[in-house]
Design a protein. Structure first.
Length: 131
């Protein structure tokens, strides 16, 4: 995988943070987190072989950029000084790097996307019912 902090900065339209800075270290960590989550998901859903590296790089880059733009789940911040105050509303993030929107794109949706199972109507199954 080849996502770098330079690619993240370019996507954001900002200057690349200096090597060794807190920001650069955070971005590197989040890139690693996203890559680890993809590999863990690949194993869990039983996907054989590697996932397309270009798709992985795209999903990692977009997930990290989304996390940088919305880093936590705070939705409003208010600062009050004496009699005045100001508020700023933010769109909510998940508080961590998230790839939830990318599993289908990566081919890693798996079977855990179903919330429940629907059984056709007809016979009532009373074997598991305790009266």
């Amino acid at each position: 995988m080849a996502v770098t902090i330079d690619a993240i900065a370019t996507d954001l339209g900002v200057v690349t943070p200096a090597a060794g800075s807190i920001t650069a270290d955070q971005w590197e960590m989040w890139i690693g987190d996203a890559e680890m989550l993809i590999e863990e998901r690949r194993i869990r859903v039983g996907f054989e072989g590697p996932v397309d590296p270009a798709k992985v790089d795209y999903a990692v880059r977009k997930a990290v950029v989304a996390h940088i733009k919305k880093p936590d789940d705070a939705t409003q911040v208010t600062v009050a000084v004496d009699d005045g105050s100001t508020s700023r509303r933010y769109e909510s993030g998940k508080g961590m790097v998230s790839l939830d929107d990318w599993w289908d794109y990566l081919g890693l949706l798996g079977n855990d996307s179903a919330a429940f199972t629907i059984r056709p109507a007809g016979r009532v199954d009373t074997e598991d019912v305790t009266w």
